[in-house]
Structures are given as C-alpha cells and as structure tokens.
Design a protein around this ligand. Sequence first.
Ligand code: NAD
Length: 509
Amino acid sequence: MGEKRTIKSINPATGELLNEVEAMSKKDIRSTVSAAQEASQSWGALPVKTRCDYIKRVGEILSIDAGEIAETIHLEVGKPVTEALICEISLITDFLYYLSVKAPGILADRRVPIHLAGVMKEAKMVYQPLGVVTIISPWNFPFFLSMGNIIYPLLAGDTVLYKPSSQTTLTGKKIEQLFKKADLPEGVFNLIICPGSLAGQELVKPPVKHVVFTGSTEAGREVALRAAEHFIPVDLELGGKDAALVFDDVDIDFAASGIVYGAMLNCGQICASIERCYVQENIFDEFVDKVVNKVKALKVGTAENRKNYDIGPLVSEEQLQIVKEQVDDAIAQGAKALAGGKQIDGPGYFFQPTVLVDVKQDMRIMQDETFGPVLPIMAFHDEEEAIKLANDSRYGLTASVWTNDKRRYEEVARRLEAGGISQFDHMFTGSFIELPWQGVKESGMGYTHTLEGLRKFTFGKPLLADRQPYLGKLTRPYWYPYSSILAKSVHTGSDFLASLTKTKTRLCK
Ligand code: NAD
C-alpha cells in the first residue's frame, strides 16, 4: 500500500503552518497523465482562435482575482503585495493578452519559398500540437514563472501537467482555479502536487513531449538526464550569480538606486538578482556610501511591519542558513559588512539587507548562488578587468552595464557571458515577452518566452507538394535506372549551380 504524504507550506514571515495538502500518489499522477493525454486530442483539434479565446477569458478572470492572488503570494513567499501585483500579475496580464492576439498568426501554416526546384515544388510548414507538456516551477515567482510558461503549450494545442513548488501550493491552487473559472475542458490543465523527486520520475517520461523546468541547477541537471533518456526536449531555466558593472560616467545616485533594487527585490531571491557588483575604482567610495544609505533605509516587513515594507523574509529556515553561512564565511575571510550582516531576531526567516565590501573574487559569496538580500561590491580598474571579473563565474543568467556611453555599453555587453544584458536596469529582459529568457553555462539550456517560442510546443512539419498536378505524373530524371547521361548532366548542373553561386556572391558584395 502506498504511504500518504502531505506537503506543507510555511508562512516565512511567521514560521507558522500556512497550508497542508495531501501529495498525489504515483497512481493518481499516472491517471492524471492519461487524462491529459486523452484531452490533448480534442484540445489540439480546436482552431487556434478558440484556444486563444479561452486564454483571453483567463486574463479577464485574472483581472478580477488579482488582489486575492497577490495576497496569497504575499503569504506564501513573503513579498509585499504591491511587488506581487507589479512583478507577477501585471506582467502575466500582458502576456495572456498579447500572446493570445499573436498566436493565430504565429501558429498558422507558413509558406516557405524553396530556391531549388521551386518551379516544380511548393513547400509549407504546418505546426501541429505535441500532446502533453510538463511545466515544473519554483517558489520565488510562483505565479509569473508558472503562468508565463503554462500559456505557451496551451495556446499551441497541448495539455499541461503543472507541478508548482511545495512551498507555493496555495498559489498553485489559485492558478488551477483561474483555468477552471475560464471553463477549460477537463484534462487540459492539470495541477500536480507532489514532491520534486516524484515529479522527476513521473512527469519527465513518455507520453510527455516537452518539459520546461525552472529551478535550481542541481534539480535541473537531474531533469535533463531523465529527459535525455527518453529524448524529450527540455528547457532549463536555472540558478544565477548575476554581475552588474558600474562605470564612472554614470549619475552615481541613480545607479546606486537601480543596483539596490536589482539586488534586494524579492529579498534577493531571484535567479537574476544582482549578486556581484563591480564598480569603477574612481567612484567606488562615493557609490558605496550611496548604496549603504539606501540599503539602510529599506523597510523590512517583520511581524510589526507587515503592511508597508520593501523587503520580506527569506523563504525558509534552510535558505536563511545558506545566506548566514555565506556572509559569515566572507566576513571571516576579511570582508566588511557596511550595512546589515545578521539574521533578524524574532519569528520568521528575516535577514538584514546587507552590503559587503573588501570581498575577493574567490570567496563563496562571489561564486555560489546566495539567494538573499546581500550585495557584495568590488572595484575594477578598466573595461577589460570588469569583463574578466563578470565572466569569472560558472553561471551566466543576466548582467547589466551601467554607463552613459552607448558604444561602451554595446562593446561590453557583447563580451559578457550571460543570457541577456540590460543597460540601466537589471534582469529587465525577462519582462518583455518578445525577448528570450535564457541562461548560459550552468544557468540553463534552451529558452522561454518570445513569440516564435510558441512554435516550440508544436511539431513543425514540412509539407512539400507539386506546383502543377500534371508534374506529378512526370517521371523524375534522378529516379532509377542510373545512366552515364544522368551522371554527365548532374555534373554540368553542379558546375552551373557553382557558377551561379559565384556570380551571386560577387553581386551581393
Ligand atoms: P528547486 O530546484 O528546489 O525546485 C524547483 C521545482 O523543481 C520545484 O517545483 C521542485 O519541487 C521541483 N524539483 C525539485 N527536484 C526535482 C527533481 N529531481 N525532478 C523534478 N522536479 C524537481 O528550486 P527552488 O528552490 O524552488 O527555486 C530556487 C532556484 O530556482 C534557484 O536556484 C533559482 O536561481 C532558480 N530559479 C531560476 C529561474 C530562471 O529563470 N533561471 C527562475 C527562478 C528560480
């Protein structure tokens, strides 16, 4: 008999139990997967426009339920309600609307001009639904990172198995309600509540046709290995250790505000938080002073201050310990905390917003993902050194370059090893649906977002037909039997093509 397991989520601001649900058993999951596979037949057969109407309806319901969902995220993750509304809900409202307007065009059959034999043949691409797609999400943006991935396969005609983080099952339930209220047919959207390891075993194998995993590099590696066993394509959005480079031509106060925001947003618990700040040496002291003052002015949302605050708690005791260990390790090796540096006493998992200087590139705080409200700052001499320091990481999610000089911005940005670069804002590429969200090195594989990204959740099949029906009856000269005349004419034909290529190359120069 399978043992019953429960999944608990804890309010990180108080340490109290928030929600306890029974985890799905292997048997429950398997029957949900079968239902999803069955539902994919009729969902995939609907016109794209009809699926878009469903998703638009989800958007309308979201605008009514926004406050309630933001409150749930606030309770489960600890972030301010305003932040949940800005960074999670408003972005998804835009994604839902924009993608459902664009999807019919992107998923429509597409003519492909073929230059060889184009007189005889005409080609087109048709985009057919895959079937069942798995989406596995983390807790730090439980709504944005889930919905932003779920709507792609749904629009493309696939059914979805959605596994939220165990910390955010209430937000997962809210997402399920959105689809229920929009009357999506049974089996199209499927919430799976279970431990991560079971999701790995049951949701990363046939009949699943594509997996989108967002989470830690360690779990991502396991998912990728399982997916490889079954040749299932997988997109991995993983951890980060983002660098921000601040040059001496900036408005120092402006840059300090932006860097503090990029480091402290969501209590620093973002894959693309600024976790390393490199500042040109001649503005270092002034910049650090400004940053320290701004960080000290941040309001932390402890038990006495749960309504009007900037920074919430860390998500768990475990995460609090990681942050403490990394900060203590840096200080033991000579780093100085000019702001914060310690856990905040009282209930919940709070850590003081922290600024560290005198850090060294080989410290854990500069190499390992911290996922906390900690900003280590180091000086650099020139562009070359700044790029070298930024690229000295096993991660490569995003980076930002703070300079007024557009030429310098472009030159540095092109040389940074990261999935996306912004000027005067950090991690901003993730807010625009047209841009790919992706990491290099241990930050990920594949990409999410973009309009063309919809096609990834289909099978793009080329259909090649004869232009004129009567050509179909003509025997092809390249069919059997082979002859010396055929060999000669192929030779002549190749020479002719080569000469055309040369002429075209010359003309194109
Ligand atoms: P996590 O890897 O512990 O969990 C992420 C999800 O994967 C959860 O739903 C979890 O239950 C599930 N999971 C865990 N082990 C699994 C396995 N073996 N097989 C299948 N699923 C498994 O990560 P987390 O603590 O929820 O989130 C924090 C991490 O996620 C950080 O490293 C952060 O950088 C990363 N992250 C990356 C991005 C990005 O876009 N690159 C975005 C957000 C978070």
